[in-house]
Structures are given as C-alpha cells and as structure tokens.
Design a protein around this ligand. Sequence first.
Ligand code: ADP
Ligand code: ADP
Length: 228
Amino acid sequence: MLTIRDLSKTYANGVHALAGVSLDIPQGMFGLLGPNGAGKSSLMRTLATLQDADGGSATLEDGKGGTIDVLRDRDAVRRQLGYLPQDFGVYPKVSAIELLEHFAILKGLTAKGPRKEVVEGLLAQVNLWEVRKRKLGTFSGGMRQRFGIAQALLGDPRLVIVDEPTAGLDPEERNRFLNLLAEISERVAVILSTHIVEDVTDLCPTMAILNRGQVLLSGRPVDAIDAL
Ligand code: ADP
Ligand code: ADP
C-alpha cells in the first residue's frame, strides 16, 4: 500500500527527527509505536504532505495499478489520504454537522445533494448522528476524535493517518475509538501512531517501533514483543 525508503528529516535546530526510515505498510491497520520525540508526528506530517523531507522516498499505490510519489505529487496524495492530526482543533461554537459540511466543501464536494448524503453518512458511521446538531464545544474528547475521523474520511481516501488519537481519552472512549478504527480499517488502510503499547498490540496486525528517528523493528506485534 505504502512503501517508505530511507526517509530523513533534520530540523533547523539540528534534531534528526527522521534518520533513514524505511517501512512497508500494508492494507488494514498498521501501528506506529514510539515514545514521545521518536519522530512519529514528523513522519505523519511528511506523509500527509504538510512538511518536506530532506531525502528518501515514499510511494503510495493508487488503487489502479499505478503509484503516487508522496513527496512530489502532493495533490494526488491529498486526494487519496485522510489525516487526523494530533492537535486537531474544532470550532467550539458550531455544530458537528455544520463543521463537517464546511470541511466537505473545502474537499471539493460542491453539489449540495451528494454532499449532504456524504456528511450524514459519515456522522452515522462514527456514531455521532444523535449529537450532530450539538455544538462541538460540548463534545467529550472521544466524541471530538470520532468527529476527527469523519473529517478524515471525507473524499473517500484509501489511506487514513491518525496521530496519537487516544491520548487523553478515558478507557471506555479509547475502546470505542479503537473499535471504530478497526472497523474502518476493513475498507481503508489506517496508520495509527501512538505511544501506548496496548493500542497497537490489541488491534494492529502489523506494526513498527520508532525510536530517535529510526525503525527499531517491524512486523507482527507478537514478534515485536518477543524481540523486546
Ligand atoms: P513524536 O511524534 O514521536 O513525539 P516528533 O516527530 O514530534 O516525535 O518529534 C521528533 C523530534 O523532533 C523531537 O526531538 C522533537 O522535539 C523534534 N521536533 C519536532 N518538530 C519540530 C520542529 N518543528 N522543529 C524542531 N524540532 C522539532
Ligand atoms: P461520551 O458522551 O463521553 O461520548 P457516552 O458513552 O456518554 O460517552 O456517549 C455515547 C454516545 O452517545 C456518544 O458518542 C454520542 O453519540 C451519544 N451521546 C453522548 N452524550 C449525548 C447527549 N448529551 N445527547 C445525545 N447523545 C449523546
């Protein structure tokens, strides 16, 4: 699905956030585990085309037998990719349905009828249908994160990148959120970045551990745990 080779990024302050990262990310749910400062967000932002890498490559399958050069063909990547950033913020004074509609317009869903269908379908999918008219400021952390997933799924992406989504959620909301991700990963490839070991061992068939900008190991969670 996504092939990453020798990706590197050094910030202006001299920090080597990515020091030659190579990964093969399959369909389904892929866990990217690492402590704070490991380089997870740097990798996610690079894949989401929000930041440049210094070197290396990333190649995304386009679903039609071809590939997309992630580091160069940004428009094509953005059509195939959904992103829930770690610091996803919402406008507290608008309702879920209003803001999702707004994101849908930004995504280019201009025809009103189809847009309504997509927006309503997504709100139902993430179990926010009942609360769609409530202001986002009244949402719990889990509800906000599920709204973030609805936003990331706009435009029917083939890959969704989710950065530290369970930080700050209580256990019930965390389970609910992870189950939703697992459900989605049956149709869309998901990369879950997290510092919580159980997020990965519970749900991800394949994973990698990132530390100091380098991949320590990758494979199945059981193999990784054996190796540690
Ligand atoms: P993680 O998401 O795993 O916590 P990050 O990618 O956020 O890791 O950070 C990796 C390293 O790069 C850390 O040492 C962090 O302080 C540094 N870093 C991240 N973003 C920047 C930035 N914009 N400028 C300078 N250093 C940064
Ligand atoms: P949380 O409110 O923290 O999301 P709950 O288990 O109380 O957790 O909520 C489960 C679901 O019920 C929510 O995701 C939401 O869809 C719906 N819900 C929560 N609070 C309300 C509310 N005040 N009015 C209507 N629906 C609600």
